[in-house]
Design a protein around this ligand. Structure first.
Ligand code: ASP
Length: 329
């Protein structure tokens, strides 16, 4: 089978969680514009014949540079008032992967993850070591103050005050981690790739790492399927969510949409977790399940037009498969 004429596809997310309908219109506009820009930037790479990995990293870089998302510039704060960033990428055609966790100075963690994939013999680098590697391979570092944003700082102060007063957090759990970003792509060769980047969860402690940089949990791609997750990371790790979706597709030949819905809308909520994911298969089918109020998401394909959605009643990407989103009720 020749893939010479395969149409590129790119799907992105900017986090799942409680998204109020009364989202400030200026903010909503900015988010939608950023998602569209990320789609266009990533799609331009794919249209130029570049590999899926390039489409994924180009799209994620745009979202990392935008303070509206919990990744790169807009990362949440840890309990100690720092920003600790995690990211991963995986190339489905070679099963090569790169990840970084707990970095403080890397402006675009997704580019460092990409460098781990391409320029090291390892899969995952952490903290100071990862930053030493960034210096060696020329991935830009910034002063940690670059990651300061007023909104995220206030969110931490609220959480700390409530901790001190022994009160439950007034921000829903999902608001404390909301805004992780991710992308999955199919290139003109028909190859798939996935990537995810996050600041993790507000008020996280003790070097907590979530699912995003864990290959198989928050990020996974093989020849048949690519997935990037967003949600309460501990549950994605315990269900090895991204890998679980892809194995249903690869080994059990479950249609993508059902495979993704079984994990995101059944397994994870049954354990008490929540979140969403974006998934793409080699045929170009797209799935964007989530069990929260909304998920920032978008896709671009043969028509070259960026499609962006936030709430659950907005149209999703067309799929050739039977509509079965696996949601309870
Ligand atoms: N999954 C991320 C984490 O747990 C957070 C998110 O996707 O909202 O670190």
């Amino acid at each position: 089978m020749s893939h010479a004429t395969t149409a590129p596809v790119l799907v992105i997310h900017g986090g799942s969680g409680v998204i109020r309908r009364d989202l400030d219109p200026t903010r909503e506009k900015a988010v939608r514009a950023a998602l569209a820009k990320a789609l266009q930037r990533g799609y331009a790479e794919l249209k130029a014949g570049k590999p899926a990995l390039d489409g994924v990293t180009a799209a994620i870089t745009v979202l990392e540079d935008d303070p509206n998302f919990n990744a790169g510039k807009g990362a949440v704060f840890t309990h100690d008032g720092r920003n600790e960033l995690d990211a991963a990428v995986m190339d489905g055609s070679t099963l090569r992967a790169g990840a970084v966790a707990g970095v403080h100075r890397v402006r675009n963690p997704i580019l460092l993850a990409r460098a781990v994939l391409g320029k090291s013999q390892h899969v995952m680098l952490v903290g100071d070591g990862a930053e030493a590697f960034a210096r060696e391979v020329g991935v830009p570092l910034v002063d940690p103050s670059y990651f300061f944003t007023e909104a995220r700082w206030r969110q931490l102060q609220r959480a700390l005050k409530e901790d001190r007063e022994g009160k439950p957090h007034s921000d829903p759990d999902t608001a404390r981690h909301f805004g992780t970003v991710g992308a999955v792509a199919r290139d003109a060769q028909g190859h798939l790739a996935a990537g995810t980047s996050t600041g993790g969860m507000t008020d996280k402690r003790w070097g907590r790492i979530g699912d995003s940089p864990i290959i198989g949990a928050g990020t996974y791609a093989n020849a048949d399927c690519a997935v990037s997750g967003t949600g309460w990371g501990e549950f994605y790790m315990r269900t090895v969510a991204a890998h679980a979706i892809c194995m249903r597709v690869s080994l059990m030949r479950v249609p993508l949409e059902r495979a993704a819905a079984e994990v995101i809308n059944q397994e994870i909520p049954a354990m008490g977790g929540n979140g969403g994911a974006i998934a793409l298969d080699a045929k170009g089918n797209i799935a964007t399940p989530f069990n929260t109020d909304g998920m920032y998401r978008g896709w671009i394909g043969a028509d070259g037009v960026p499609h962006v959605a936030i709430y659950d009643d907005e149209p999703d990407a067309p799929s050739d498969e039977p509509a079965d989103d696996g949601r309870a009720e």
